[in-house]
Design a protein around this ligand. Structure first.
Ligand code: CP3
Length: 354
């Protein structure tokens, strides 16, 4: 099936586009009343993820409202630890929790080997259904958490402010930590390849917590494993390249190392100047980002001005996928998202005339 709008895939590969493509991290989520309604109908978040029809419905909701250039699979990065038997659940208003945690070397050696096609078949079923329903309108993004980011949740048992347990485990039990990260890297590789074979046309690895590490620890405990994943991914499917996006939040000081991982695109949070980032790594990778999500609380004029500023910072030519620097937050007015998306398309045309 031919893709009617492929500017997202083209921009990831630094190929010419008519306007800068845009999608938004967490574009399917609680800022949308229709999402909250479907979630209520599902009863809880995991049922929403595990029922392909419902996951498909919420994936498509933002595309009915806005001119996004890509859809992202509705799921969560914590499906892998859940499939490894840790028992994921969501307390109302509290974020994710695990019934079991990893605190000792033996907890790592007791983890089962993941059988992606069996244990996470609900995800690949959702991917196939979404592709069918998208019917070639825009490409579908698959995703996973990075091994390090998944490990932090597995060790802490949920979110954390200081990551005390994860860091303690890393510094006291480096071998067990490497064992855990190797196991996760293998699981993530299988998982992303299964998503690609089911129809994901690009994939993103979310390294939300890589930025809490020292430069040395980042390289050894996060980036090395993402690099391993990138080298194990299927590079082509349905006759097209499958681009890989690496996003390390707070990773601005390590852009050169991230770009050297063989990924196609580097995701940027809002703390870096995208023009600087382009000068540093733009000759080898595309860039995704990087508007501060909080701008969406500001007035339409302020949103438009910020979009114009980022487009100008990036400048003329190819290799930019517009996005937020992190996920949209639940309190944003849905009307402001339309302002944001339309501004990106409208203001970016002049940067793509040659
Ligand atoms: O981007 C999308 O629209 C696709 C869906 C998606 C979700 N989670 C849905 C979700 C994606 C790509 C994620 C990734 C994810 N999940 C990350 C990495 C990206 C990031 O935000 O840093 C992380 C760290 C998680 C773990 C996670 N899941 C947390 C910390 C939370 C609670 C915080 C929150 O926003 O509520 C979740 C739950 C979650 N995942 C929700 C959604 C829409 C909200 C759950 C609800 O409906 O109550």
């Amino acid at each position: 099936m031919t893709l009617q709008n492929d500017r997202f895939l083209r921009a990831l590969l630094r190929e010419p586009v008519d306007v800068t493509p845009i999608w938004m991290m967490r574009q399917a989520g609680r800022y949308l009343p229709e999402y909250r309604e479907t979630r209520k109908q599902a009863g809880n978040f995991m049922t929403l993820c595990q029922t392909p029809e419902l996951a498909c419905e919420v994936t498509l909701q933002p595309l009915r409202r806005y001119a996004f250039d890509a859809a992202i699979l509705f799921s969560d990065i914590l499906t892998i630890p859940d499939a490894l038997g840790l028992g994921l659940y969501f307390e109302e208003g509290e974020g994710p929790r695990f019934r079991k945690t990893i605190r000792e070397a033996t907890d790592v050696s007791n983890l089962p080997k993941l059988n992606t096609s069996q244990d996470l078949s609900y995800v690949t079923d959702a991917v196939r259904l979404i592709r069918q329903e998208l019917n070639g309108s825009v490409p579908l993004i698959g995703f996973s958490g990075s091994p390090w980011t998944l490990a932090t949740y597995m060790i802490e048992g949920g979110g954390s402010k200081d990551f005390r347990h994860a860091k303690q485990f890393m510094y006291n039990e480096p071998d067990a930590m490497h064992g855990l990260l190797s196991l996760l890297a293998e699981a993530v590789t299988d998982y992303l390849n299964a998503q690609i074979e089911a129809g994901a046309q690009a994939v993103q690895i979310f390294d939300t917590w890589g930025g809490i590490l020292t430069p040395t620890a980042y390289q050894q405990f996060s980036l090395d494993y993402m690099q391993k994943i990138v080298s194990g991914l299927h590079r082509e499917h349905e006759g097209r390249q499958v681009p890989v996006i690496l996003f390390t939040k707070n990773g601005g000081q390590w852009l050169e190392s991230i770009a050297a991982s063989n990924c196609h695109c580097v995701g940027l949070d809002w703390t870096v100047d995208i023009g600087d980032a382009r000068r540093r790594i733009g000759s080898s990778v595309s860039l995704q980002g990087n508007m501060d999500p909080s701008i969406l609380y500001a007035s339409p004029d302020a949103i438009r001005a910020e979009v114009a500023r980022i487009l100008e910072q990036f400048g003329e030519g190819e290799g930019h996928v517009f996005n937020l620097g992190h996920g949209i937050t639940p309190q944003v007015d849905p009307a402001n998202v339309a302002v944001f998306v339309d501004a990106v398309h409208e203001y970016s045309e002049k940067y793509h005339r040659n």
